[in-house]
Design a protein around this ligand. Structure first.
Ligand code: FES
Length: 246
């Protein structure tokens, strides 16, 4: 009988199947690797770099790297925690993430991952970009200040909803999320609160109206348990602190 193929992650044996990435195999084994642009329902995007691991001495994105027998993978080490903290610190200053004033606080993956990697305060000088809020849609609010360019809404709208409501325009520091209408307003699209794209935002950039503060801050998903325990799948069913499924 052939032996199950596996790699070693932080000293633990992780079995994998052909075609699985390190992230997928780790998740299947119940091991949390921090991530933001990865969502198990979508193809890996490899853009946020929060999921970096060290594989046979090289730092690589675990969400895109195929698992292979013989790999020695390190994730939960201070060297990587520091890199992840740096990435999170840059994400926080590049937008306007004012957690105490955000409806998503306590149910936000960005906030939860920041806590997980030990980012307790900003480090770099804030950019304070001037970005609009789009309240033109009757059921959904878009706050561009909180977008981290994970493109999950872009992918969900295009690949699942078949609507192509969102896009990213510009490159590098000028890259920003846009709504695909001449005036750039969500209210002019056929976007629906039932769309997959309305459910996948890991931050408070896409908020469902009419359900704010259904769960008080302090009792929300990541207020109750850290993200490495809860994971991101549960977040989809309790994505805004507006519904509770205990
Ligand atoms: Fe892997 Fe974003 S989760 S690059």
């Amino acid at each position: 009988m052939s032996e199950e193929q596996h790699f070693i992650l932080d000293g633990r044996r992780i079995p994998f199947e052909d075609g699985q990435t390190i992230m997928e195999a780790a998740r299947a084994a119940g091991v949390y690797i921090p991530h933001l642009c990865f969502n198990p329902e979508f193809a890996p995007h490899g853009s946020c770099r929060v999921c970096l691991v060290k594989v046979n001495g090289r730092v690589q994105a675990s969400c895109t790297l195929p698992a292979a027998a013989g790999q020695t993978v390190l994730s939960d080490i201070e060297e990587l925690r520091e890199i992840r903290r740096g990435i999170l610190q840059m994400l926080f200053v590049e937008g306007n993430h004012v957690c105490p004033a955000c409806e998503k606080s306590g149910a936000c993956q960005l906030q939860a991952v920041a806590y997980y990697v030990g980012m307790l305060a900003p480090h770099y000088t804030h950019f304070y970009p001037r970005r609009p809020v789009d309240a033109s849609h009757p059921d959904v609010l878009i706050d561009f200040n909180r977008c981290i360019l994970c493109e999950l809404c872009v992918r969900a709208s295009r690949d699942v909803d078949g609507k192509n409501v969102f896009a990213v325009q510009g490159r590098g520091i000028s890259a920003h999320l846009v709504i695909n209408t001449p005036a750039g307003k969500l209210g002019a699209t056929d976007f629906s609160v039932e769309d997959k794209a309305a459910q996948v935002c890991p931050t408070g950039a896409i908020l469902i109206k009419h359900q704010g503060y259904g769960i008080p801050i302090g009792q929300r998903l990541y207020d109750r348990k850290p993200i490495n325990v809860v994971g991101d799948v549960a977040q989809a069913s309790e994505s805004q602190g507006g519904r509770r499924h205990d």
